[in-house]
Design a protein around this ligand. Structure first.
Ligand code: SF4
Length: 321
């Protein structure tokens, strides 16, 4: 039986990450089958409830106000409109609904009250409700928990060493503090990162080590491939290969066996066969719909066909293990 460990060293993770690719996938697939039903994939929907105009400088993000991108600034959506979108997502098979706001941090104001109402409404539909709203204080985390928030997403993005090359307007410690507030409020933690931002493989390993040595592993680990957006500082980054995604997914699966590993941004440019390899390597969640916040995503028809061909089963909400 594979044990759950929180004492991984960088060297141990590097030796997993650098295994020959077929052995790495085989090992990850074996661990995956020990902890999960390997035919099950959770379908999630991510909706941008407040778009653009963000004061932060995340180099990959088209929503940062300082970059000139095609993203149009939109104020916080109305609660009923969000609930309508959540219902549509549920009807089309999503069991998790994540609401993203392009904020630096949550402020205790009327907009936050509206988000609380959104959380209550979506939670009442029986979906796993998740938010990604920027930095969060312990009291705000508790308020969200009381409203029925199931999970909170706050990605580490990259390693501590490479972080300042990507974001200068908040620190790595700020990120970890938010994750601690979420954990202390007994909200499920969703945290992962992005590859293809010019980082070294050591940075990918470093980020995975931080996640896998948190006092408790995140329940959810999104693995994103950068989708370079014109107007952002990373617009000219070459796309990552599927082999790099596979190494990240498989390593995350082996070192955090219970986590949901989410094949997130970048899926749009993958073939069905490449996605099948990602599921074999331990990914067990995808995001549905045409958009991931503001970025292009795989559409529903293509996913329906994929579920049929690979004989995948949609994972129910609130399922453990
Ligand atoms: S990733 Fe989030 S915090 Fe960073 S610029 Fe984009 S919206 Fe703002």
């Amino acid at each position: 039986m594979t044990s759950i460990r929180n004492d991984w060293t960088r060297e141990e993770i590097a030796s997993i990450y650098n295994k020959s690719i077929l052995n790495l996938i085989y090992e990850a697939a074996t661990v995956h089958r020990e902890f999960h039903d390997a035919q099950e994939v959770q379908v999630c929907t991510l909706l941008s409830v407040k778009t653009g105009g963000c004061p932060e400088d995340c180099a990959y993000c088209p929503q940062a106000a300082r970059y000139h991108t095609d993203v149009k600034v939109e104020k916080l959506m109305e609660v009923n409109d969000v609930l309508q979108r959540a219902m549509e997502a549920k009807e089309s098979g999503s069991t998790r609904f994540c609401m993203g706001a392009a904020w630096r941090e949550v402020r205790d104001n009327r907009d936050f009250d509206k988000v609380i109402d959104m959380v209550k409404g979506v939670s009442g539909m029986g979906m796993e409700v998740c938010c990604t709203l920027g930095m969060l204080t312990p009291s705000q985390a508790l308020k969200l928990k009381e409203a029925g928030l199931y999970a909170y997403n706050h990605n580490l993005d990259t390693s501590e060493e490479y972080y300042n090359d990507i974001i200068t307007t908040r620190t790595y410690t700020d990120r970890l503090d938010t994750l601690e507030s979420v954990r202390n409020a007994k909200i499920s933690v969703c945290s992962g990162g992005i590859i293809g931002m010019g980082e070294h493989e050591n940075d990918r390993i470093g980020m995975l080590r931080i996640l896998a040595t948190l006092p408790e592993h995140p329940e959810s680990v999104p693995v994103n491939a950068l989708v370079p957006i014109p107007g952002t500082p990373l617009e000219d980054q070459p796309r990552v290969s599927v082999w790099e995604m596979l190494r990240m997914i498989a390593t995350a699966r082996i070192i955090m066996p219970r986590a949901m590993v989410r094949l997130s941004a970048g899926r749009v440019s993958m073939t069905l066969e490449e996605q099948a390899l990602c599921f074999l390597a331990g990914a067990n969640s995808i995001f549905a719909g045409d958009k991931l916040l503001t970025t292009r995503n795989s559409g529903g028809i293509r996913d329906k066909e994929m579920f049929q061909v690979l004989q995948l089963k949609p994972r129910m909400a609130h399922k453990n293990g």
